[in-house]
Design a protein around this ligand. Sequence first.
Ligand SMILES: NC(=O)c1ccc[n+]([C@@H]2O[C@H](COP(=O)([O-])OP(=O)(O)OC[C@H]3O[C@@H](n4cnc5c(N)ncnc54)[C@H](OP(=O)(O)O)[C@@H]3O)[C@@H](O)[C@H]2O)c1
Length: 254
Amino acid sequence: MKNILILGGTTEARQLAGKLARREDFSVTLSLAGRTENPIAQGVPVRAGGFGGADGLAAYLGQEHIHLLIDATHPYAARISVNAAEAARQAGVPIIALRRPGWEPVAGDRWTLVDSVVEAAQALGTAPRRVFLAIGRQEAGVFEAAPQHRYLIRSVDPVEPELAVPDAAYLLARGPFPEADERALLEKYGIDAVVSKNSGGDATYGKIAAARALGIEMIIVRRPPLPDIRSAETVDQLAAIVDHFFEPVAERGV
Ligand SMILES: NC(=O)c1ccc[n+]([C@@H]2O[C@H](COP(=O)([O-])OP(=O)(O)OC[C@H]3O[C@@H](n4cnc5c(N)ncnc54)[C@H](OP(=O)(O)O)[C@@H]3O)[C@@H](O)[C@H]2O)c1
């Protein structure tokens, strides 16, 4: 039996876990940070909560006799990815990352690229605007520094405490978000700027396409740097690597 630990919190991690768990010779555990109040069912055994840094994760890998670590966390969850690479090195456990490619701007997109959410708040400028914040709840508080704007804030869990700004509306929702719905939302609230991460993937691309169609500016927070480790771009690619990974050398035909 090969023990596989998947660091998750993404749709792809859940899909990958389901796919690998069908193999009788794999024992798959999915790890979540434990931030979401009601995470959707993952379909495989789950553990939740931090490990206590790279050292804690390295210890866990040893205690649980993990044979392979898969980092399938969100591209903006940089700390856990750095910890995972370091823990794998410490514990001598192989690691592979699942990294979905970022979105690229196409004709008609009005993207302003920034390096952080703090910069995104500054990039909105001084004149009042109607802003759709689609960055999740954890860093929404940063926009208190720009209270002149009206905000529509969407997150999976409530933003608590609410922002200390005069005008903010809150929307609780979990993707996927189709383009037509996103367009209707942008029109309903008269949005003239959208703040987003470059998450990549189809599930949250709708807002990008809708903003393009309506000629709305997007303030895009660039991806953070991530450890340089072996990676795949899709669930199928990664599953294929894992299959190959555990085959006896003689059967690989290499
Ligand atoms: N950042 C985003 O935009 C975003 C979007 C969608 C989903 N997510 C998911 O939400 C989770 C938290 O994101 P974040 O940006 O707060 O991460 P982060 O800043 O990289 O991680 C902060 C700490 O949370 C713990 N942690 C994170 N992911 C974990 C996991 N899968 N299993 C166990 N512990 C984990 C670790 O604690 P210890 O050091 O104590 O081990 C880590 O040091 C991630 O799993 C990510 O995949 C993030």
